[in-house]
Design a protein around this ligand. Sequence first.
Ligand code: INI
Length: 167
Amino acid sequence: MAGRAPRGRPAAPRRGSAAPRFAIVAARFNERITKRLVDGAAGAFASHGVPASRVDVYWVPGSFELPQAAEHLARTRRYAAIVCVGVVIRGQTPHFEHVAREAASGIQRVALGTGVPATFGVVTALSEEQAWDRAGGEAGNRGEEAAEAAVEMAEFVARVAKRGQTP
Ligand code: INI
C-alpha cells in the first residue's frame, strides 16, 4: 500500500550566510523519472523558504553511487542536509535488491557516520508505472518527501547544537 511521509513542522527560513545550504544527489539511471524527484525536492525546499541559490544538485551514474557522493558532500560540512534521489525498478536488473539495499543502508550509514542528515528519496518499484506514481503521480513524490525530511532534520540538528540538548 502506498503511503506518504507525514509532514513536519516547517523550519523558519534564515537569511544571509547563516541560511542553511542543502544538496540534492540524483542518480541518472531512469533519469526522466529521477528528474521529477529532483523537481519535487526543489519545490519542497522553495516552499520552506530555501532559495534555489542555496540548493546544489549533483548527478551520479546510479543509485548505488548515491551514498558515495553523499559521503563526500557530507565531509565538506557545507550542507545542513543531503537529499538522495534515484529510481530502482525491479526487472530491469537481477541486481535490483543489491542496488536498492546498498543505496538505503549506505545513505543511512553516511548520516550516522558524519552527523549530517542524509535522507532517502529513492523510489524502489516493481514497474516503471509504479515508479512514475511515486515521482509526482498518485502516490506522491519521494523527492519532495525526502526534502521535507531533510529540512526537518537540519532544523533538529541546529536546535540540538544550539541548546546542547534534545528539544
Ligand atoms: N541504478 C539505479 O539507480 N536504478 C536501477 O534500476 C538500476 N538497475 O536496474 O540496474 C541501477 N543500476 C546501476 C547502479 O546503480 C550502478 O550505477 C552501477 O552498478 C555501477 O556501479
